[in-house]
Design a protein. Structure first.
Length: 742
């Protein structure tokens, strides 16, 4: 990359690179190549639930003594549809056990240890897809902390590197599927935002205290009814979204209180009459509905029917539901908050105590009936009377499953529910699978969904990127003095993936849309923007842009802190092809007087490159997109062996010496590959001379990417230490990933 190009990079991100340089302390050390592991499930294998005229295929988990059995054959099973035996025509076992090289990695124990790069998954790469749904509309204040503690334990200790996981809440705005991630930072941020909701149908304690209100297990007050409707709406929305993801998925519901309430018989949404939306409980417009086109939430029907509709979406979408009773081991005995007299005529106090114990026991069992029903009908199970929630057991239950298929008869597609039974012929084995299927073919159920998935908005919501157009993104946090906190974003588009047409006077024309969205906590949309880029190029410009690609930048204001997800989708106007890119950006809270770093800008240069600072140029957009050298422009972050990796960043909130009024900052660079530290630079002081703003100090350096750095993906980590700050506020860390190619 030319020196002038890197100067432009620094200007774009508002940085100044001092002339210091870092040398390698020791040659990079790489781990030995991993041994080949178990074969990945194929795309065909991961298409779990198939319901069409020539095949019905379901998944099943077999256990013996509480442990999974993985070595059975088709001859060991028997399958029944509506009580009639079926001949097994398709059979396989799909393992979700990671290869030896992908063992579960614990979260860094020390703040200065390197982050583990999140896996970049394609749709059929993920071993496990798990949605943890915290029903904060049905959790007591007493249960929240334990729920957060157990979820953190899963993320830090039990989550495998290629697990696709989401932590969602039933209250507020349910985000799209972009909440699914392999990035532990994002998950831990989501867990930290879980709080008790005053609108919860469960109060501060698991059991209401006092004389005034002891609810029965089969009734709910008006406020609680509204919160339960919202819970069921959220569950249905999440399950429907999970159905669009490939393979076998799991939804783990954590709740104190999910009763059935009434036991009116449920019906198939495919055979039911159309439902009219009603009241505040109507489904969001983005709800996909069902094969009959029903999207409304019928507030007049029983909760049994609404639970059954969630089960239907789960069966159709290959979603296994696990339920956790977050009350743990409940204590039904009176507490200090309960007020009644044990003394009195004719044993009145004793009867009052007995009534309370009986009512609370009823609440324990009745409050888990709804979640238990969803779990049992979809092949999952309920965990109750456990203070650790048995999340590890749920995790281990997803290590693999059998796929069993048979040829259906014509009567199977009558739009009614058909019961399935799967058994192992030998004794001592337990089988868990879905209780049945609705007689509607995949083609009928998925036609609308497939059409919708081609849109840019669907691509933005999916955790998997579309690559019909090659798109790259770099989005970095910055805080310029004249603009406040923002994400400074640069996008690269491969021009060869665009559809050009010939115009007047030999011009070449193309147009594409760019949709961008910034997601905050629980999927709340913090920012969204749609733009259209129009290219009208002369012959020389056209040849260059085909060679070098399209690059442009824009700013996104941010008014919140924490780990945010920024995603873009590029859609070619002529072909309709879509490409996506996304990035998790950590936004520090600059309102606190703590050391903080901006994002890291990367570029390539030579040893003789001299870089200086100047004023910030005006923002550019798609209408005036420019071209840069493909492979080393900021959004691509791809560098050749032998290049100098140049980097720059800004330091905020550094403490000033009371005598000199100057900061005392040092920096160190480190490089990781596959979670292993392979390069450590020396700790060097950050030059202060010539810095125009001591609250926004710029730093940077360069590292020679010699032959000791083979092809692959890396993480550059920058550690800045403020020697004048308090111990707990002394260190700030930032990192960015990049790739080395030959």
């Amino acid at each position: 990359m030319r020196t002038s190009n890197f100067l432009s990079l620094i200007l774009v991100f508002c940085f100044l690179v001092p002339g210091q340089s870092q040398q390698t302390r020791s040659a990079p050390q790489f781990p030995a190549p991993a041994k080949p592991g178990q074969q990945e499930p194929s795309a065909a294998d991961q298409d779990v639930i198939r319901i069409n005229t020539n095949l019905v295929q379901v998944d099943a988990v077999v256990t013996k003594g509480g442990k999974q059995v993985t070595d059975l054959n088709a001859e060991d099973f028997e399958v029944f549809e509506d009580g009639k035996p079926q001949a097994i025509t398709n059979f396989s076992y799909v393992s979700n056990v990671p290869a030896a090289s992908a063992n579960v990695a614990s979260a860094p124990a020390k703040k200065t240890e390197g982050p583990v790069m999140p896996a970049k998954l394609q749709p059929h790469d993920a071993h496990r897809t798990i949605a943890f749904v915290v029903d904060d509309l049905g959790l007591s204040f007493q249960s929240i902390d334990q729920a957060k503690r157990q979820l953190r334990k899963f993320v830090n200790e039990q989550m495998a590197p290629n697990d696709l996981v989401a932590v969602l809440r039933t209250s507020g705005e349910i985000g799209a599927l972009q909440q699914f991630t392999t990035d532990r930072r994002l998950l831990l941020t989501a867990i930290n935002h879980i709080k008790w909701n005053p609108s919860s149908r469960v109060g501060v304690n698991v059991f209401p205290s006092g004389q005034g209100f002891i609810p029965r297990a089969d009734t709910l007050g008006d406020i609680s009814v509204d919160s339960y409707r919202l819970t069921l709406r959220a569950l249905r929305y999440i399950v429907a979204g999970l159905g669009s993801l490939p393979g076998r998925k799991s939804m783990v519901v954590l709740s104190d209180y999910m009763p059935v309430v009434k036991n009116d018989p449920g019906v198939s949404p495919y055979s039911a009459a159309p439902v009219s939306p009603g009241g505040a409980a109507s489904m969001p417009a983005s709800d996909p509905g069902d094969a009959a086109g029903n999207t409304g939430f019928d507030v007049e029907t029983s909760y049994q029917q609404q639970l059954q509709r969630i089960v239907e979406f789960a069966i159709r979408g290959s979603v296994v539901i696990y339920a956790i009773d977050t009350r743990g081991v409940p204590d039904t005995f009176p507490s200090a908050g309960d007020t009644f007299k044990l003394s009195g005529p004719s044993g009145r106090g004793g009867r009052q105590l007995q009534g309370m114990l009986s009512t609370r026991s009823g609440m324990v069992f009745g409050g888990r009936e709804g979640s238990a029903a969803m779990a049992s009908q979809t092949g999952g199970f309920l965990t109750a009377n456990s203070n650790d929630f048995e999340i590890k057991h749920i995790s281990e239950d997803q290590q693999g499953y059998y796929l069993i298929g048979f040829r259906p008869v014509d009567e199977s597609f009558d739009r009614k529910f058909h019961h399935l039974t799967v058994r192992v012929k030998r004794k001592g084995f337990a089988v868990r699978t879905r209780t049945g299927f609705y007689g509607v073919t995949d083609d009928e159920a998925r036609a609308a969904q497939q059409a919708a998935s081609r849109s840019a908005s669907a691509a933005l919501g999916s955790p998997f990127g579309l690559n019909e157009i090659t798109v790259r993104l770099t989005s970095l946090f910055a805080n310029p003095s004249d603009a406040g906190s923002l994400l400074r974003s640069v996008i690269y588009v491969n021009a060869r993936d665009l559809s050009f047409t010939d115009g007047p006077e030999g011009s070449h024309n193309a147009a594409f849309d760019v949709d961008s969205v910034l997601f905050g906590d629980n999927g709340v949309v913090m920012y969204e923007r749609s733009q259209t880029a129009t290219l009208q190029l002369k012959e020389q410009q056209y040849a260059r842009i085909l060679r070098e690609g399209v690059v442009y930048g824009f700013d996104v204001p941010v008014k919140t802190t924490g780990a945010l997800q920024f995603r873009i989708a590029v859609r070619d106007k002529a072909s309709g092809h879509v490409g996506t890119a996304g990035q998790v950006v950590e936004v520090p809270d600059l309102r606190k007087d703590h050391l903080a770093l901006s994002g890291i800008a990367l570029g390539a240069g030579t040893d003789s490159a001299q870089v200086s600072g100047a004023s910030v140029p005006s923002q550019s957009g798609p209408g005036n997109a420019s071209a840069e050298e493909a492979g080393s422009v900021p959004p691509v972050r791809r560098f050749r062996q032998g290049a100098n990796l140049m980097f720059a960043y800004a330091v905020y909130k550094a403490q000033l010496d009371s005598a000199t009024h100057l900061p005392q900052l040092t920096s160190q660079s480190r490089i990781f590959r596959d979670g292993k530290l392979i390069y450590t630079g020396e700790t060097v002081p950050i030059a202060i001379a010539g810095q125009p703003d001591l609250q926004r100090i710029t730093g940077g350096s360069r590292i020679q990417l010699g032959s000791d750095f083979p092809e692959g993906e890396y993480i550059l980590q920058i550690i800045v230490t403020d020697n004048l700050a308090k111990e707990k506020q002394r260190v700030a860390i930032q990192w960015i990933d990049f790739e080395i190619v030959k």
